[in-house]
Write a protein that binds this ligand. Structure first.
Ligand code: KIV
Ligand code: ZN
Length: 514
């Protein structure tokens, strides 16, 4: 009988730790909700001991997510385990994920311990985690390079101590699929109590083998797969979950396994994560790349027209990709907007129709025709801009020419005040508006990256600006979308200001508590 593969997503932990700018609680919540909609079985949402911000976001996510098991990471350190449990304490059931290096290299040069000491640390920590939960995952970090007899020994001791999931990470993405599959096979042959735990794998993509290694592990008995959406993660990233899920979906019979994932949420979740994390997806990325279902050559187009199966192994609808339609203008009513959102798979409680319709009308006035992808982008931005935001753009004025310096005047709502500032001597309009905005906020920030992308097609595309800003040694990501690229730039900066403002509020709150 087909067995279920448990899908464990670590986009908000392994994925997030590799981003240029850390995510705000609100951004993490949006990702967590998308993962929950996709029916992910377990989501690892942070490493609470690592920072007050991480602790707070694990706590907030734990309050909201109902249908996916929440998991937090901890080293084999009592305080890590206690803090991880505390962050998830609003939940009745949660998972603590403890990890410890087991390879000879990690033990000798990183941990400076003997292998026996490593076993004692693992056992002690598993027992400590049992004070809080029975759902305990133990990871043998760098298992891919751990001598097999040592690996078998520590896995046996961890299961005896009470670990219910044993994770075998290929931490540095060093193994080949046959080698990695053999590790799982040997564990099943040599560890006497192996049937008392779920065997999980967690593969990194340094040699581009993460997905192949994960599938090979399934063939030898692994029943939990860890990875991230779009493969985001440390260095070359983690195994891309959308690829693993679709491989399982397509090869159900050969692999004799299945997942509970709602595959028609894959495309939307992938887009949300790419956008929030500021990690663009390459056009030729399997499953979710913009070319993944595009057919370019004449021969292929002809074949597709005759029968899609000639060149398509997956129907785009299976991952939730709908054909882009154009049919909305400023004369379209609320019902038409609702209908398009429904066709794209959005439920009414996932967006605010009043806000969406207002921004739709503004856009329709500027652009004429509004496409499905525009509506999706507006819904996304509206969710980001959920009121009440402390900083809001009221209006701006720009003067710019090829012969003189640019000038900007900006009016913003800042809490209960309305402030206007101007800048007169800038080398371009974006620089001018940023100087004026920064005069209003008073934050001392450094713009590190500015990126402009066309969202949509042709001359009617919206301009999306993504920026990275450094403030007090932390990096913040900002995103802005509008038909006018100066407005997008201003919105991206204001997005950052609100994230800084919120993170300052969290710090103030935590300082008061301590
Ligand atoms: O790659 C790795 O080994 C990890 C562990 C913490 C599971 O991310
Ligand atoms: Zn990892």
């Amino acid at each position: 009988m087909s067995e279920r593969i448990i899908i464990f997503d670590t986009s908000l932990r392994d994925g997030e730790q590799a981003l240029q700018a850390s995510l705000s609680v609100k951004e993490k919540l949006q990702i967590a909700l998308a993962l929950e909609r996709m029916n992910i079985d377990i989501m690892e949402v942070g490493f609470p001991i690592s920072s007050p911000g991480d602790f707070n976001s694990v706590r907030e996510i734990s309050k909201v997510i109902k249908n996916t098991t929440i998991c937090s990471l901890a080293r084999c350190v009592d305080q890590d385990i206690d803090v991880a449990a505390d962050a998830m304490s609003v939940l009745k059931d949660f998972r603590i994920h403890i990890f410890l290096g087991t390879s000879t290299l990690h033990i000798s040069s990183k941990l400076k311990k003997s292998f026996d000491e490593i076993i004692s640390m693992a056992v002690r920590s598993i027992k400590r985690a049992q004070r809080y939960t029975n759902d305990i995952e133990f990871s043998c970090e760098d298992a891919g390079r751990t001598p097999i007899d040592n690996l078998c020994k520590i896995v046996e001791c961890a299961i005896t101590a009470g670990a219910t999931t044993i994770n075998i990470p290929d931490t540095v993405g060093y193994t080949l699929p046959n080698q990695f599959g053999k590790i799982i096979k040997l564990l099943y042959q040599k560890v006497p109590n192996i049937d008392k735990a779920v065997i999980s794998v967690h593969c990194h993509d340094d040699l581009g083998m993460a997905v192949g290694n994960s599938i090979s592990a399934i063939l030898f008995g692994a029943r939990q797969i860890e990875g991230t959406m779009n493969g985001i993660g440390e260095r070359a990233g983690n195994a891309a979950l959308e690829e693993i899920i679709m491989a399982i979906n397509l090869k159900k019979k050969e692999l004799n396994v299945h997942t509970n994932i709602k595959t028609n949420e894959i495309y939307r979740t992938s887009k949300i994560i790419s956008q929030i994390c500021n990690m663009p997806i390459s056009a030729n990325k399997a499953i979710v790349g913009s070319n993944a279902f595009a057919h370019s050559s004449g021969i292929h187009q002809d074949g597709i027209l005759k029968n899609r199966e000639n060149y398509e192994i997956i129907s785009p609808q299976v991952i939730g990709l709908k054909e882009v339609q154009l049919n909305l203008t400023s004369r379209s009513g609320r019902a038409a907007v609702k209908h398009r959102m429904k066709v794209m798979g959005y439920k009414e409680n996932e967006y605010d129709i009043n806000k969406l319709y207002t921004s739709f009308l503004k856009l329709a006035d500027k652009k004429g025709q509004v496409f499905d992808y525009d509506l999706e982008a507006l819904a996304f931005i509206n969710n980001q801009e959920e009121t009440p935001e402390f900083f809001q753009l009221e209006h701006f004025n720009i003067q710019s020419s090829s012969t003189g310096l640019a000038k900007a005047s900006v009016t913003m709502i800042c809490g209960k005040k309305i402030l206007t500032k101007s800048s007169k001597t800038s080398n371009g309009p974006v620089n001018a508006i940023y100087k004026a905005i920064n005069k209003i906020s008073g934050y001392s920030m450094l713009l590190q990256k500015f990126q402009l992308l066309a969202k949509g097609k042709g001359k009617d595309a919206l301009g999306q600006v993504d920026i990275i800003v450094e403030y007090k040694n932390r990096k913040f990501h900002g995103i802005g979308l509008a038909t006018d690229i100066i407005e997008s730039s201003a919105k991206a900066m204001i997005y950052v200001l609100n994230n800084i403002w919120r993170s300052n509020q969290v710090t103030l709150r935590l300082n008061k508590l301590s």
